[in-house]
Write a protein that binds this ligand. Structure first.
Ligand SMILES: C[S@@+](CC[C@H](N)C(=O)[O-])C[C@H]1O[C@@H](n2cnc3c(N)ncnc32)[C@H](O)[C@@H]1O
Length: 244
C-alpha cells in the first residue's frame, strides 16, 4: 500500500487501488451517512469515506480479530475513533436493522457475500443501498440477489493489470429475471456497452478457446461433457460480444 499526502484532507492517506477507488466513487454519489463495511480488514474504504466527509457514523466489521486490530490501528492513526467503530462478528451479525443505511462488502467471494446478505436480511432490508464487489461467482450472486429481492441498479467493471473486478450497486426491490448471458456478464454492463467488459470478454474467449483446443487435441472421451459446455459458453460469449 502506498501512502500519499492529500492537501484537501491535510493528511497522509492510503492510495486506493482502482478497485477500491471505484467503490469510493460509488459511495460518494449515494448520500448515505451511516456505512457498515463488512470484512473491513484495513478499513481504508471507511477511512477515505470519513475523510471526504461522507459519513457521520461508520462500522468496520470483521470476523477476524487480526483484521479488526489492523483496522483499529489505521482508524486511530487518522484520529477517526469517534466516527468509525470496529465490531467483531460474522457478517452483519453486529449490525442492528436501521443502524446502517449503506452496506459495503468488498473483496470476498460471491458465495460468501450471498451468505452474509441472506443471514443479515433484517439489516439489509433496513438499509438504502448495498455496494458489493465479489471476487468470483458473479452469475450465482446475481441470481441470488434477485431471489433475495435485491435489485441491481448499477454496475461497474474495473481493471487492475490483468485482473477484472465488478462492483454492484443494489437496492431493495424486485426485478425481472436475467438471461443466462446477463447473469454471466451483467445486464447493465452489456446495455452500456462497457469497454472494460469487452476487454474481459475478449480475454475470456481467448482462454476458453485455448482450453477447447487442448481438450480436442487430447481426444479425451471423459472430457467430452466439459467440451460441449465450453462450446456453448463460447457461443453465448460471442453473442454478447456482438452487442458491445
Ligand atoms: C480479502 S479481505 C477484503 C478487505 C477489504 N474489504 C477489501 O476489499 O480490500 C476479506 C476480509 O473479509 C473478512 N471476512 C471473511 N469472512 C467474513 C465474514 N463472514 N464476516 C465478516 N468478515 C469476514 C476477512 O477477515 C478479511 O479481513
Amino acid at each position: 500500500m502506498i501512502w500519499a499526502f492529500n492537501p484537501e484532507m491535510r493528511d497522509f492517506m492510503p492510495v486506493l487501488s482502482p478497485r477500491l477507488l471505484a467503490v469510493q466513487e460509488i459511495i460518494a454519489h449515494l448520500g448515505c451517512r451511516r456505512i457498515a463495511d463488512i470484512g473491513a480488514d484495513h478499513a481504508y474504504t471507511l477511512i477515505h469515506a470519513c475523510a471526504a466527509g461522507l459519513t457521520e457514523r461508520a462500522f468496520a466489521c470483521d470476523v477476524s480479530e487480526g483484521s479488526l486490530r489492523k483496522a483499529a490501528v489505521n482508524i486511530r492513526e487518522h484520529g477517526m475513533e469517534d466516527k468509525i467503530e470496529t465490531r467483531l462478528g460474522d457478517g452483519l451479525a453486529k449490525i442492528s436493522p436501521g443502524e446502517a443505511d449503506l452496506i459495503v462488502i468488498t473483496g470476498m467471494g460471491g458465495k460468501l457475500i450471498q451468505d452474509i446478505l441472506q443471514k443479515g436480511r433484517p439489516a439489509v432490508r433496513a438499509a438504502r443501498y448495498a455496494v458489493l464487489q465479489p471476487q468470483r461467482d458473479l452469475p450465482g450472486l446475481r441470481k441470488a440477489l434477485q431471489a433475495m429481492d435485491l435489485t441491481m441498479i448499477d454496475e461497474r467493471m474495473v481493471r487492475e493489470k490483468n485482473q477484472f473486478y465488478n462492483i454492484l450497486l443494489c437496492q431493495n426491490g424486485k426485478s425481472q429475471p436475467y438471461t443466462d448471458a446477463e447473469y454471466c456478464f451483467g445486464k447493465i454492463l452489456i446495455e452500456r456497452k462497457d469497454p472494460v467488459l469487452r476487454a474481459f470478454i475478449l480475454k475470456t474467449l481467448r482462454v476458453h478457446e485455448q482450453i477447447v483446443q487442448t481438450i480436442e487435441s487430447a481426444q479425451s472421451i471423459a472430457a467430452s461433457g466439459r467440451l460441449s459446455a465450453l462450446k456453448r459458453n463460447i457461443q453465448m460469449t460471442k453473442e454478447v460480444l456482438q452487442c458491445l
